[in-house]
Design a protein around this ligand. Structure first.
Ligand SMILES: *[C@@H]1O[C@H](CO)[C@@H](O)[C@H](O)[C@H]1NC(C)=O
Ligand SMILES: *[C@@H]1O[C@H](CO)[C@@H](O)[C@H](O)[C@H]1NC(C)=O
Ligand SMILES: *[C@@H]1O[C@H](CO)[C@@H](O)[C@H](O)[C@H]1NC(C)=O
Ligand SMILES: *[C@@H]1O[C@H](CO)[C@@H](O)[C@H](O)[C@H]1NC(C)=O
Ligand SMILES: *[C@@H]1O[C@H](CO)[C@@H](O)[C@H](O)[C@H]1NC(C)=O
Ligand SMILES: *[C@@H]1O[C@H](CO)[C@@H](O)[C@H](O)[C@H]1NC(C)=O
Ligand SMILES: *[C@@H]1O[C@H](CO)[C@@H](O)[C@H](O)[C@H]1NC(C)=O
Ligand SMILES: *[C@@H]1O[C@H](CO)[C@@H](O)[C@H](O)[C@H]1NC(C)=O
Length: 541
């Protein structure tokens, strides 16, 4: 233990005190979507919100697709597809430091140009709250590294794991780490080649381990979804593939689409979730591994070499990442645009969302227009209910696909919120004594409907000192910008709170909260700050 403490002092800056209003990651560790009561934001202050400042980035640069800023001690930290990281004064909008950490990979070498001209950092970074260090994964390249052709061939693209001090943006000693060219712990044949994958979900830090999910890049090549876990003290890197072992697909032809079995970790950018110990996330289409044949029930705790269209719980030990439990919808449809991998897992506050028989609940979503409420200690396996359907606590049917996932509010009885495309934002109220009646029942919807396509935002919820009536549900809409609603519906309606107009929003965007202010990337790739004008400390209420 002494050695560990010394290492921390050598490698990382002296601890700094973080403020309660900091947001050192995308939403909360559990991905419940409730980011607490410490932001000094309530319906009253929101009614006085103004545009405080905005920043336009470089023309080809996308601070986009979930690359929201993280806020730490009144500094907004941003990262971008150009591999530029910045610190910005949260009050004035002044850029304090700016650094391009590595050249981004030119996307012309990919089979698509979906994202931007160049590809760099995509997953929202995580800030270690004790050391004020930001961690993130950087897509770059090494010219002629594996094949001739300079930077462009996908095989010459690589990933680095960076650790930079928030103060000044300098590298932490012995970082970055090069993470390519090593096989997975659970299948040494599956060599991690950064050019064939994309790090999209927001990062998760649990203790001294940073977790990141990797999925397909334009769904091309021979990739397999990978969870990378890095201990920031020992710098040990563990790689776990969603499909591992001799029976899983593998090919030496890097260009063969789905030759590695796919099973990407994407979640429309939503973060990986943790209960403080284990990690929960979802896995997409199984590509060539999906032989489609079996309707035989499988218990969730049975080991699976091949995972696809599943929610999983994994645990890290000295041997690497271990599968603990899984759930796959009985009616899953691979490659039909209806996958469960489009959204992440939300772990609900166990102090509120519990019944006499279930102590911990999670919620997963799907493009198959369903919300699955699960027992976190018994995710459900595959077709494991008595009649061969889903062994989950509740299935909520929706009118539209979900990307990203749900949000929750653990106060005033408890609510969850879903924000499907082509449908309204909806609130479901928790019923702790559910027996014959369902656990969650529809309590209200917003009057406006989301567009069918375009990237609906992930729900985030705040309150002011936990006071009844102070809960606010925040969502982004690619057309209507940032929207806020009272968390508790009135007579079946979610009541919208007026906000200054934000001109659209980035796809799957999620706002970030500081002290009395909210930050969001708008539809023109601008970082926009809203809040009560004037002084730093603003009242809640
Ligand atoms: C962005 O800031 C500029 C001043 O820097 C201001 O003129 C403009 O109105 C702002 N735009 C929005 C959408 O707030
Ligand atoms: C993809 O192909 C490369 C060789 O080009 C190989 O090293 C890697 O292990 C393969 N990955 C999968 C998942 O098949
Ligand atoms: C799965 O079954 C459907 C319907 O029979 C079929 O169209 C599809 O090609 C199958 N997929 C795979 C990967 O075998
Ligand atoms: C890690 O967990 C797996 C699965 O429970 C077990 O087989 C293995 O022995 C464990 N390794 C260590 C070092 O504890
Ligand atoms: C299977 O059982 C569940 C209750 O356990 C029920 O809600 C569902 O409708 C049943 N499905 C079929 C296809 O019978
Ligand atoms: C959108 O929703 C409407 C009403 O629920 C439905 O009729 C329509 O088919 C949906 N469109 C798409 C593209 O899902
Ligand atoms: C809700 O509905 C009830 C019954 O129709 C009505 O008395 C009450 O005023 C409504 N409340 C609000 C806030 O609209
Ligand atoms: C901010 O606070 C200072 C000192 O408390 C005060 O002098 C100043 O007038 C305040 N400014 C605004 C805009 O409220």
């Amino acid at each position: 233990m002494l050695l560990l403490a010394l290492l921390l002092l050598i490698y990382l800056a002296p601890p700094v005190l973080s403020a309660p209003s900091d947001s050192p990651r995308d939403a909360d560790v559990a991905q419940s979507g409730y980011v607490g009561s410490d932001h000094n934001i309530g319906p009253d202050s929101v009614s006085r919100f103004q545009h405080l400042w905005n920043i336009t980035f470089k023309p080809d640069e996308k601070v986009t697709l979930g690359l929201q800023p993280n806020v730490d001690v009144q500094i907004v930290f941003t990262a971008s597809t150009e591999n530029v990281v910045r610190t910005i004064d949260a009050v004035t909008g002044e850029i304090l430091f700016e650094r391009q950490v590595a050249p981004p990979w030119p996307m012309a070498g990919a089979n698509c140009d979906l994202i931007s001209k160049n590809l760099g950092i995509m997953g929202t970074p995580v800030i270690h709250p004790e050391y004020d260090v930001a961690f993130f994964f950087v897509k770059s390249y090494i010219e002629d590294y594996r094949v001739p052709g300079g930077a462009a061939p996908p095989l010459n693209s690589v990933y680095y794991f960076y650790a930079v001090y928030i103060d000044g943006l300098g590298d932490v000693y012995k970082f970055p780490l090069f993470i390519d060219d090593v096989g997975a712990d659970n299948d040494p044949r599956k060599i991690f080649l950064g050019g064939l994958v994309l790090q999209r979900p927001s990062l998760l830090a649990v203790g001294d381990v940073v977790y990141a999910g990797f999925g397909g890049l334009c769904d091309a090549f021979n990739y397999t979804g990978t969870l990378v876990a890095i201990n920031i003290n020992t710098r040990k890197v563990n790689r776990w593939v969603t499909q591992g072992g001799p029976s899983s697909p593998w090919t030496s032809d890097w260009a063969k689409r789905h030759g590695g079995g796919a099973g990407g970790i994407w979640q429309a950018g939503m973060g990986l979730a943790s209960d403080g110990q284990d990690v929960y996330f979802s896995i997409g289409n199984g590509g060539s591994a999906d032989t489609n044949a079996s309707i035989v029930p499988i218990q969730g705790k049975c080991h699976q070499d091949i995972l696809l269209e599943s929610v999983v719980r994994v645990s890290l030990n000295d041997s690497g990442v271990q599968l603990v439990d899984f759930f796959r919808p009985f009616d899953y449809l691979s490659d039909a645009g209806q996958d469960i991998g489009s959204g992440g897992v939300s772990i609900l506050d166990p102090a509120v969302f519990k019944t006499s028989t279930t102590t911990r609940m999670g919620v997963a979503t799907s493009r198959n227009a369903k919300v699955y409420v699960q027992d976190l200690d018994d995710l459900g396996g595959y077709r494991a209910s008595a009649n061969g359907t889903d062994a989950v606590l509740q299935t909520i049917h929706l009118n539209g696909e979900i990307f990203g996932g749900i949000g929750s509010y653990p106060l005033e009885g408890g609510y969850i919120y879903v924000n499907p495309s082509n449908a309204s934002l909806a609130a479901y109220r928790f019923n702790p004594s559910a027996g014959k009646s369902p656990l969650f029942t529809l309590a209200g919807t917003s009057s406006a409907s989301n567009p069918h396509c375009g990237g609906v935002g992930i729900v985030t919820v705040t309150s002011s000192n936990g006071e009844p009536g102070s809960g606010i549900v925040w969502v982004t809409d690619v057309e209507r910008g940032l929207l806020a609603y009272r968390a508790v519906p009135v007579n079946g309606s979610l009541v919208e709170l007026g906000l200054p107009t934000v001109e659209g929003a980035v796809k799957y965007g999620r706002p970030v909260f500081g002290d009395g202010r909210v930050y969001v990337v708008d539809g023109k790739e601008r970082l926009v700050a809203l809040g009560v004008g004037g002084n730093r400390t603003v009242g809640g209420g």
